[in-house]
Design a protein around this ligand. Structure first.
Ligand code: P53
Length: 478
């Protein structure tokens, strides 16, 4: 492949995971039950993960074991060091620190676990990058309080965040508040509402209104967390985190252009609030037309205005396309208004592969928000085959190479301020959407199947050696 462009010296190359997808040890060290612990596995054909009130016999709960990172982190971090990773993004499981979420004092064993992990990372010269809430809120907060539609969650989250900042501010500089807060714009699907906000809809409840209420509370909590972090240690960098998916107009028809503009406004208003400190104008008009009563308290506007983020974290996997609606309305409903893009190929899970879209969205973010950007996820879920102890995952290398090449153009040619790239994922893990192990993302293979069976052995894939060269050469050798 042609050589890539040289990336700045201080650019952070790394890899990302989330606690619930790797740790396992779901009842170890005083950990409480998280929403991920009651989410049964699904499959590619039937992707809907069922949430059960209790752990039911006969059902498969893959987040109970993850890839046993809870016990194996030390050896896995050695592999990350061998890979050359300069940064490692994971999350702090809320339920290890506050097992039920509403306690007054934190769980010492949980704090000790992360101190140890961060020490191990620093010993290997790897910078930890930490998400506070990555699809793993305490299930108690769902059952007792109704999840994020309840304002009490703001205090619980801010207490958790403050504990983490006080405890780890010498060890962790880069933080993010909520993972992919914008995934909830597909509110017609119950999964993101549950996964992001712990919402189980009441009979007759309007899902979209509930989404706006829950995410308002999250945006206030996020802003309060930023303020708390800067008070504890002004050096701390706190970001938002969005799943960036460009939504293109299908054609040059003005109506298609308008549909795409509204789709982008709708999916990314979270970023407007987190960066600009206030809601965009279209939202208030929209709430009014729909008759939504989003409860906002008197001090919220001031908190949002002051608690703006230091940078924007983002994931990138794919792009969407949309077109004019048959009913002529300029509205966006993610379950109804997306259309295939005939110019793109799809992954086995139907995700449209679009490397140029990464350059496109980085430019869009730079122009709109003018904040540093950190790519904290980008990767390819695929079936892998082990042959004689080797995994020849050229398809994954092709995906990553094409995306890194476009990232480099965005940084070097277009001048976009991207401070790091953390691919998803250095190691195989449990898929968030389906709970499968078979949808593999790793540069390191984990010998384990969808039911948790296997030796758990770690094997370096071909992509491991490829990424090692990319990092060593500052992005020149793709
Ligand atoms: P999985 C949807 C669309 C884009 C990214 O996803 C998404 C999702 C939700 O699944 O999630 C992020 O494992 C998420 C990770 C997740 C990763 O993308 O469903 O932050 O936790 O594992 C890949 O294939």
């Amino acid at each position: 492949m042609t050589t890539g462009l040289k990336m700045p010296n201080n650019f952070l190359w790394g890899g990302a995971v989330a606690a619930h997808q790797v740790e396992g040890g779901w009842q170890d060290g005083g950990k409480g039950v998280s929403i991920a612990d009651v989410m049964a596995a699904a499959s590619r054909e039937h992707p809907q993960r069922e949430v059960t009130d209790t752990v039911e016999p006969g059902k498969v709960y893959p987040n109970h074991w993850g890839i046993d990172f809870y016990h194996k982190y030390s050896q896995d971090i050695n592999l990350f060091a061998e890979l050359g990773m300069q940064a490692f993004r994971t999350s702090i499981a809320w339920t290890r620190i506050y097992p039920n979420g509403d306690e007054k004092t934190p769980n010492a064993a949980g704090l000790a676990y992360y101190h140890d992990m961060f020490a191990k990372l620093h010993a290997q010269g790897i910078e930890p990058v930490i998400t506070l809430s990555h699809f793993e809120m305490p299930y108690h907060l769902v059952k007792e309080y109704g999840g994020w539609r309840n304002r009490k969650l703001i205090d619980f989250f801010v207490r958790f965040a403050t504990t983490c900042f006080e405890e780890f501010h010498d060890e962790v500089r880069y933080w993010m508040t909520f993972n992919e807060i914008d995934n909830q714009t597909s509110w017609r699907d119950p999964h993101p509402l549950l996964q992001n906000s712990g919402l189980q809809l009441n009979p007759g409840e309007n899902a979209e209104e509930a989404m706006f209420q829950a995410t308002h509370n999250e945006l206030v909590a996020s802003a309060q967390a930023v303020l708390a972090a800067h008070k504890i240690d002004p050096q701390l960098q706190v970001g938002g985190m969005l799943a960036m998916v460009p939504i293109y107009p299908l054609t040059a028809k003005p109506e298609d252009q308008m549909a795409a503009m509204r789709a982008m406004q709708y999916r990314y208003y979270f970023g407007d609030v987190q960066v600009q400190g206030k809601y965009p104008s279209w939202i208030k008009a929209y709430w009014e037309q729909k008759g939504y009563q989003v409860k906002v308290s008197a001090s919220d506007a001031d908190i949002l205005r002051r608690g703006t983020v230091d940078y924007m974290g983002m994931s990138y996997y794919m792009s969407f396309a949309t077109k004019e609606r048959a009913d002529g309305k300029v509205e966006y409903d993610e379950a109804k208004d997306l259309t295939d893009n005939p110019t793109l190929q799809k992954s086995d899970w139907g995700w449209q592969i679009d490397p140029v879209g990464l350059r496109w969205i980085l430019n869009w973010m730079q122009d709109r928000w003018r904040k540093p950007i950190m790519i904290v996820e980008n990767g390819f879920g695929a079936y892998d085959k082990v042959e004689d102890g080797k995994i020849h995952d050229n398809y994954r290398i092709d995906y990553l190479r094409a995306h890194v090449a476009e990232l480099e153009k965005a940084v070097v040619v277009d001048g976009v301020n991207v401070i790091g790239y953390m691919m998803w994922s250095p190691i195989d893990l449990i898929s968030a959407s389906t709970g499968e192990m078979a949808k593999r993302y790793g540069l390191i293979y984990v010998d384990q199947d969808d039911k948790g069976q296997g030796s758990g052995e770690r094997l370096r894939k071909d992509s491991f050696y490829w990424y090692q060269k990319v990092i060593q050469s500052d992005g020149v050798d793709l």
